[in-house]
Design a protein around this ligand. Structure first.
Ligand SMILES: Nc1nc2c(c(=O)[nH]1)N[C@H]1C(S)=C(S)[C@@H](COP(=O)(O)O)O[C@H]1N2
Ligand SMILES: [Mo]
Length: 418
């Protein structure tokens, strides 16, 4: 029997960590899964950032001092119309599914956190500092992500820059870590399988308790946890019975009402402080501004006199829920641009809501989004007037864009390059 080397008291002694599950094979399997999964999370996260058209700052992107990190130079496309729905569905569903894998991975290496001496050499010291960024960054990104999805914006307005900067710090540490450990992880996976004959490493307990479950069994348990999270989350990207399987989705995962307006609502009119007196046919006017200060004021009846068009488009929120295509009907954004002097080549537009309360009131759209014939100032959805909660009297709907750009209760639109 091997004797436990004692380097310190309690957890600082390797003999303190007795699970026979810990070892290079177990850690390597989880590490390889995270390598693939976190890379996808990072890419879909960056794509999601690009979808906001962050160069339309400070309106769409309020990240302070982002410098070269805000390097997007392209206009977010409008095709395919489900682009953001797919991207964000993958980002959020995968992120939630990976939680058990992340926790198991951290558990598998936790003895190393207590390893003494704290640093054997300068390289070792640097490696341990990078691990702090890695573990701290991972926990920070997963926690802020989940909080945002579940409690929509516990930190009003600040989730976005926190998650954004956190992602860069975390990913830099992650790349360094993967580059350092990948060769060893692959070697472990190729040669060792689930062998008990592992070379003695820091990960293997010198004083293991008798096993109660095999390593494969433990991996199955982690995978089962992931599968359960996946199965109770993914449904929020679909309508009907599937959405009811999204037990973990925010808003209880249920349709808010039935009928034509029976798709998910982000913020209700009551929450946003929208009063019926301001949205009545008598009171409400849409102000459209454009070239050379040209301004028109339109009542809902005026808008109904303009050519009306339909488009089947989803709402896809950054929080990871989305609706299937809904039938929107209203006035094309490019037709509104034409009313104020842009007969050809419509420019960008800055959209403001009636809403005075809460962090969300305005959003900007790029010229290519305005030009798309499916981009509407919608007055109807699924054959009926918009309900107050979906943005009555009028709301924006744009193909492939994040839900947050689809401003509800529109009051003013200013056309002109931003
Ligand atoms: N004025 C206003 N418009 C808004 C919002 C808001 O809070 N206020 N929320 C946005 C977000 S984040 C989303 S996902 C969609 C949701 O639209 P829905 O509630 O009709 O599903 O509306 C967008 N438009
Ligand atoms: Mo949203």
């Amino acid at each position: 029997m091997r004797r436990a080397p004692s380097h310190g008291p309690g957890p600082f002694s390797p003999g303190f960590w007795r699970s026979p599950l810990r070892g290079p094979w177990f850690t390597s399997v989880l590490g390889v899964v995270l390598l693939g999964g976190i890379t996808v999370l990072f890419v879909t996260g960056l794509v999601s950032y690009a979808a906001y058209n962050p160069d339309l700052s400070p309106v769409n992107d309020k990240t302070p001092d982002k410098g070269i990190l805000g390097f997007y130079l392209f206009s977010w496309p409008t095709n395919p119309h489900w682009l953001y729905r797919l991207n964000q569905g993958v980002h959020v569903t995968l992120g939630i599914t990976l939680i058990p894998v992340l926790l198991a991975k951290l558990w598998s290496v936790v003895p190393k956190l207590f390893a003494l001496p704290p640093a054997r050499s300068l390289t070792h010291a640097l490696e341990r500092i990078s691990l702090l960024l890695l573990v701290g960054g991972a926990l920070f990104e997963f926690v802020t992500g989940v909080l945002n999805v579940q409690l929509d914006y516990v930190f009003p307005g600040s989730f976005y820059p926190l998650h954004f900067y956190g992602a860069w710090v975390f990913f830099a540490a992650f790349v360094a870590h993967a580059a350092l450990k990948m060769p060893m992880a692959l070697r472990n996976l190729r040669h060792m399988r689930d062998s008990r004959e592992e070379e003695k490493t820091e990960l293997v307990s010198p004083n293991p308790s008798p096993p109660t479950v095999s390593r494969r069994g433990a991996l199955g348990f982690v995978g089962g946890g992931s599968l359960l999270l996946f199965a109770t989350t993914a449904g929020q990207n679909f309508d009907g019975p599937l959405r009811r399987t999204a037990l973990l989705a925010p808003h209880g995962g249920a349709e808010p009402v039935s009928g034509p307006a029976g798709f998910q609502i982000n913020k209700t009119a009551a929450y946003a402080g929208i009063r019926a007196v301001d949205t009545s046919d008598e009171a409400w006017r849409l102000v459209v501004e454009g070239r050379d200060g040209r301004t028109v004021r339109l009542s809902r009846a005026d808008l109904l006199q303009l050519p009306l068009h339909s488009a089947a488009l989803p709402i896809a929120c950054v929080e990871g829920w989305s609706t299937s295509d809904q039938w929107w009907r209203g006035v094309r954004l490019r037709d509104l641009a034409a009313l104020v002097g842009y007969d050809t080549d419509p420019p960008d537009v800055f959209v403001e809501s009636l809403q005075q309360r809460g962090s969300f009131r305005r959003a900007a759209l790029r010229a290519n989004q305005v030009a798309d014939s499916r981009s509407l100032l919608a007055l109807f959805v699924n054959g009926e007037d918009l309900t107050p909660d979906h943005g009555h009297p009028a709301r924006i709907i744009v193909p492939a864009a994040p839900g947050v750009l689809n401003t509800k209760w529109v009051a003013r639109m200013t056309f002109g390059d931003l």
